[in-house]
Design a protein around this ligand. Structure first.
Ligand SMILES: Nc1ncnc2c1ncn2[C@@H]1O[C@H](COP(=O)(O)OP(=O)(O)OP(=O)(O)O)[C@@H](O)[C@H]1O
Ligand SMILES: [Mg+2]
Length: 505
């Protein structure tokens, strides 16, 4: 067992020999390590390493098959999240668990609403207390706003803030920054520092190693459900971390191949709606086109408009020189335009269905008569996709919900591939994906482009955009503000164009 140096009384939490199996998977094998009080402790590892599972056990959502959890030196039983809360443990989930129809205030108090003397929810104090709390947290939301009106990033922020409201001793954050804007990340980091100064312990899961250097004190590396090592941040090199995570060295982070750019494929002219203004651009066959911008710049909104998810007030779309009319996603798909959404929960996956069904679903209508006449073809195809994308799943029958976050993301991409799109829009394709799998996805993107597909890649990860794009458009406030060739593009230039204020008229 590994104990970080320091006095025994410094240790707030200890995992002892935790083992957990799911049907067909050993998710955790004899995990033992300790966490020091008042520190920010990172948990890293590839997709499917077992990070979320271990944290769900700590939060009472899953129960270990064997092993113990010791809190402040005492063995504890955590049967459910209410008990976790009583022990001062709170968790912000990787896959957000917000109830869309509820207001911000109701969501903050969910399950713990203040009651009045008649035994009803005391609406007045619910709204008053949550408003005061948000004000103290320097957040300017109206607490009556419904959760569904917030962006994914804003919802995430509310979930994080909520744990603070209940004075938690240990806060688990499972990839908290994956959908936050830079400004929000900064706010979160300030909050984390503040919490740490007040003695709170934070367990921080992230695939972004830079973040770990910035705010974490210790880190624990997991691989294939096993504990590999714990170390003090700064005393272990980036390369050593990555090598311990993946069990091998990764030579080339961006395996971009020479592109073979063909004729003009898609032309967008003057696309305008409530969120985007006069957006015009073009993309050729075989081209990987990056879209850069801050969160809220309108990149996803452009994708949604082209894919028929949002109405368009004016503007035209031409495909192979012909004007096309897209009123809904079906029209887009019929024209060979596909989109893998950034919000995989809402648009990407039917999480209650199996891996197999998720891969086949978008294709049933188009192909049922020909391709999927027999289940065998369907099974073969799905298993090919899983192999190609290295989707880690015990079987094709496994529910999508039970895959690790990163593997769900791969599934979102995989399910569109059968229909062989002409234009493939990828919105934050590697969010939540580990370093090894990222490289696999990049390889796949290059292969698709080499086959003549036009790829639109929206990303907030600048090194990724620079490493993968043939050309980059920048957006700010709903408009395209710049265009950079692969040769011209630098982080500085992108940031410059991405922060341009809207010109008068
Ligand atoms: N409810 C479940 N039912 C079945 N298998 C599960 C369930 N939850 C997790 N697993 C499996 O346990 C393993 C560990 O998954 P876990 O979600 O803990 O990984 P992770 O390290 O959080 O990965 P990621 O970085 O992708 O979020 C995976 O193989 C996953 O498929
Ligand atoms: Mg996870």
């Amino acid at each position: 067992m590994e104990v970080l140096e320091g006095k025994k009384s410094d240790i707030i939490l200890e995992f002892k020999d935790i083992t957990k199996t799911f049907p067909g998977v050993v998710a955790l094998k004899n995990i033992s390590f300790t966490i020091k009080k008042g520190t920010v402790h990172a948990l890293v590892g590839e997709n499917g390493a077992g990070k979320s599972t271990l944290m769900k056990i700590l939060n009472g959502l899953y129960h270990a098959d064997s092993g113990e959890i010791h809190l402040d030196g005492e063995k504890v039983q955590i049967k459910d999240s209410l008990q976790a809360q009583q022990h001062g443990i709170a968790m912000v989930h990787q896959e957000l668990n917000v109830v869309n129809e509820l207001s911000i205030a109701e969501n903050i108090f969910l399950g713990k609403e203040p009651m009045n003397k008649f035994g009803f929810i005391d609406q007045k104090s619910l709204y008053r207390e949550s408003a005061e709390f948000l004000k103290k947290q320097k957040l300017s939301y109206n607490t009556k706003t419904k959760m569904k009106e917030l962006s994914v990033g804003e919802q995430q922020m509310i979930e994080i803030i909520k744990t603070v409201f209940f004075n938690s001793k240990i806060i688990i954050m499972d990839e908290p920054t994956s959908s936050l804007s830079e400004g929000e990340v900064k706010k979160l980091f300030e909050k984390i520092k503040e919490l740490k100064a007040a003695g709170t312990t934070i367990i921080y899961i992230s695939h972004r190693l830079e973040e770990i250097d910035e705010i974490c004190d210790y880190l624990t590396i997991m691989r294939d459900g096993m504990f590999i090592k714990s170390a003090k941040v700064g005393e272990i090199s980036r390369n050593e971390i990555i090598a311990s995570m993946v069990g091998r060295n990764i030579e080339n982070a961006y395996p971009k191949t020479e592109s073979n750019i063909g004729e003009l494929l898609l032309e967008v002219k003057g696309l305008t709606n409530d969120s985007i203004k006069d957006v015009s651009f073009e993309i050729k066959r075989g081209e990987i086109l990056g879209f850069a911008g801050l969160v809220g710049a309108g990149r996803t909104e452009v994708a949604r408009a082209i894919f028929g998810m949002d109405p368009v007030n004016s503007g035209e779309i031409y495909l192979e020189g012909k004007k096309i009319n897209i009123k809904n996603p079906r029209d887009a798909v019929d024209n060979g335009i596909m989109m893998a959404s950034e919000d995989r929960r809402k648009y990407g996956l039917v999480t209650k269905r199996s891996v197999l069904e998720n891969i086949s679903l978008p294709n049933y209508n188009r192909y049922s008569k020909t391709l999927f006449l027999n289940g065998k073809v369907e099974t073969e195809y799905s298993s090919d996709i899983c192999k190609k994308l290295q989707i880690k799943t015990p079987s094709l029958k496994t529910q999508a919900a039970s895959l690790s976050g990163g593997n769900q993301q791969k599934l979102v991409i995989g399910k569109w591939l059968i229909s062989n799109p002409k234009v493939f829009i990828l919105d934050e394709p590697t969010r939540g994906i580990d370093v090894g799998a990222k490289t696999e996805i990049y390889k796949l993107i290059c292969e698709l482009a080499a086959e003549g597909m036009a790829i639109i890649m929206i990303s907030s990860d600048l090194p990724e955009l620079l490493g993968m794009s043939d050309r980059i458009y920048t957006m700010s406030e709903g408009r395209i503000t710049g265009e950079l060739s692969r040769e011209e593009a630098t982080q500085e230039k992108i940031m410059h164009y991405a922060t341009i204020e809207r010109q008068a008229n």
